[in-house]
Design a protein around this ligand. Structure first.
Ligand SMILES: [Zn+2]
Length: 251
């Protein structure tokens, strides 16, 4: 079985279901003793997020898909992407904002910055947005422990333990992520899931595919998928677009 394949992901999801601790962020309360929550930050490909959402729906789970609106890789509000996100929502998944902090001028404006982007998403996508996650948050951002009425902060202390001092060995909420195509905080197999009462799992749909690729090949395939998408756009928009045109420019 290839790493980061849908077969591997299906196994992972089945382990989560078997633990009987899987729930949504909204179901976690102060006195919840065991939980596994799952979120997806979408960095590059809405198409891959959509595919993962379909797979999860076939496996019988609902999770959270968080999208950027200040992203150079995709336009969340293109006709095709709006339809894809609406379809993810119709499959039963929750939709949220993945907050890119690049344009934030000061920490004091963070709450308004998020609310403004959430409202824009709701208007454009015509679906409820009730949660957010940060894209590469600094310690300064995490230490704010921001609470916004009506919005779930996936880094709230109900779901995530922020440590100023980088000491992580006695955490009561285990954070697991596949960032950079690596399991830096451990792999969520049956043993790990059994040994940790509280787990937040971050899975990036961009890292996963049906066959499963290593990091290098995955980047190649993402580039290829984006190229196909752009060629299709050119074909649709320009009747003078010559498909046989080959780019032979510099390296
Ligand atoms: Zn991110």
């Amino acid at each position: 079985m290839n790493s980061f394949s849908y077969l591997e992901y299906a196994e992972l999801v089945q382990n989560i279901i078997a633990s009987r601790q899987y729930m949504d962020f909204s179901e976690v309360k102060r006195d919840t003793r065991d939980f596994i929550i799952l979120r997806h930050d979408v960095e590059f490909s809405i198409e891959r997020a959509h595919k993962m959402a379909i797979l999860e729906s076939m496996l019988g789970i609902r999770s959270s898909y968080l999208f950027q609106v200040r992203n150079d890789a995709y336009n969340l509000f293109s006709t095709r992407n709006i339809q894809a996100v609406q379809s993810i929502h119709q499959l039963g998944h929750y939709i949220g904002l993945h907050v890119h902090l690049g344009m934030l001028e000061s920490k004091d404006q963070l709450q308004n910055f998020i609310i403004q982007d959430v409202e824009m998403m709701e208007k454009m996508l015509r679906i409820p947005i009730d949660r957010f996650s940060y894209h590469r948050p600094s310690k300064a951002i995490l230490s704010l422990r921001l609470k916004i009425r009506g919005l779930i902060n996936t880094y709230d202390d109900l779901y995530f333990e922020f440590r100023e001092n980088d000491v992580f060995d006695d955490l009561t909420i285990k954070y697991i992520a596949d960032s950079r195509h690596q399991w830096k905080y451990g792999y969520p197999d049956r043993t790990m899931i059994k040994s940790q009462p509280k787990i937040q799992l971050l899975i990036h749909p961009d890292e996963w595919s049906i066959p499963g690729y290593d990091s290098k090949k995955n980047f190649q395939m993402l580039r290829h998928e984006k190229k196909i998408e752009f060629i299709n756009t050119l074909k649709t928009e320009c009747d003078h677009f010559d498909q046989s045109t080959q780019f032979n420019g510099g390296r």
